[in-house]
Design a protein around this ligand. Structure first.
Ligand code: UD1
Length: 333
């Protein structure tokens, strides 16, 4: 595959974006990162990439970046991701995930960018009627976060039908872990994700982990999720980019997950196993809007892309997250 043009990665200083930057660079792509550093960190951007601090809403800036670097594809990670915050401040989500994406897509179309990859989410499904969830399952998001992302998916479908730009909307399930070589990880403070919270507890940054709900209709009563290693997810983006280039008429909407789930208790047991210690657990009430189980059917991504999971192992996901948490402690982020 010839890497005939550089790619623009928005949000490349953030958690998933920084891992995608590593995967792209490792695969031989030239990468330009655009990030406003509101939740990302400049040091998270690999030094082989060109880093520009700025906003995807700044259409003069994106026009200049696309022209100056000859950008041929955009991977758009920049956005807001905290579900409860999306409920209390919906306009922030419709701005950062919908309106800002619209501005970037417009600039991409006007500048002749041919390929666009969008970070979507399992939250577009809402409470799934059955699991595993296929891409054609009903999309009934139960929070503004999911709706703000679904709107951008719909917009991209219309744009790809009207203009010579194909796209991939990748619906992430629960992303966790860190680069196995220790080059990046989940660094944003105030994280709410289970595995991040658990490794913070394991390294003494938190006193305990709350288990939100033990009366779900699952085997042990706690919530079940499909945890995907961030490095496998990053590889899916490289594979999606290659597919978009190879088949310019095709666009894709694909679940990104392993197709099997773990309960909160299974995750916490794994953290105890990996650390050989016991973190304190406290049972609490269900968190508003949490579905009982969310597990994907990943047959579509396996057949559409040249992608197979390489790190589908809960203990490795946790081990890598833990190693990164220790690195962060040394950095005092
Ligand atoms: C949600 C979104 C997901 C989004 C992610 C980003 C939905 C359906 N999913 O994932 O799309 O990318 O947020 O913020 O909206 N838990 C505890 N204790 C904790 C933390 C979590 O018990 O301290 C439980 C939750 O109740 C849930 C599971 O662990 O059952 C995973 O929660 P979390 O890691 O927060 O992710 P989701 O809410 O599944």
């Amino acid at each position: 595959m010839s890497k005939s043009f550089p790619v623009l990665v928005t949000g490349g200083a953030g958690y998933i974006g920084s891992h995608a930057v590593l995967a792209l660079l490792d695969a031989g792509w030239d990468v330009v990162v655009l990030d406003n550093l509101v939740t990302g960190f400049a040091w998270a951007v690999d030094e082989r990439a060109t880093f520009v601090q700025g906003s995807v809403e700044d259409m003069e800036l994106t026009e200049r970046l696309i022209a100056d670097h000859g950008i041929g594809a955009i991977l758009h990670f920049a956005g807001s991701v905290v579900v409860p915050e999306s409920v209390s401040d919906p306009l922030k989500y419709y701005r950062n995930n919908t309106a800002a994406s619209r501005a970037l897509v417009e600039r991409a179309v006007q500048s002749g960018v041919r390929h666009f990859i969008f970070s979507s989410t399992a939250a577009t499904y809402g409470e799934p009627e059955s699991i595993p969830v296929r891409e054609d399952a009903p999309k009934q998001p139960i929070n503004p976060y999911g709706r703000s992302k679904l709107m951008t998916e719909e917009m991209l479908k219309d744009v790809s039908a009207a203009h010579p730009m194909n796209h991939a909307a990748l619906r992430y399930f629960n992303v966790a872990g860190a680069d196995p070589d220790g080059r990046s990880g989940q660094s944003t403070a105030g994280a709410t994700h289970l595995i991040k919270v658990a490794v913070e507890a394991a390294t003494g940054k938190r006193d305990h982990v709350a288990i939100f709900g033990s009366d779900f209709d699952t085997a042990d009563g706690t919530g079940v999720r499909d945890y995907i290693h961030v490095t496998d997810l990053a590889a899916a983006h490289v594979a999606a980019l290659e597919a978009l280039i190879a088949r310019p008429e095709d666009s894709y909407t694909l679940n990104c997950g392993y197709g099997h789930g773990y309960s909160v208790i299974e995750v916490l047991d794994a953290v105890d196993r990996v650390t050989n210690r016991q973190i304190k657990r406290k049972f609490e009430a269900r968190r508003a809007g949490d579905p009982a189980a969310l597990v994907c059917d990943n047959s579509a991504i396996r057949s559409a892309l040249d992608w197979t999971p390489k790190l589908d192992d809960l203990d490795s996901i946790i081990g890598h997250a833990l190693a990164w948490e220790r690195t962060l402690q040394d950095r005092e982020v």
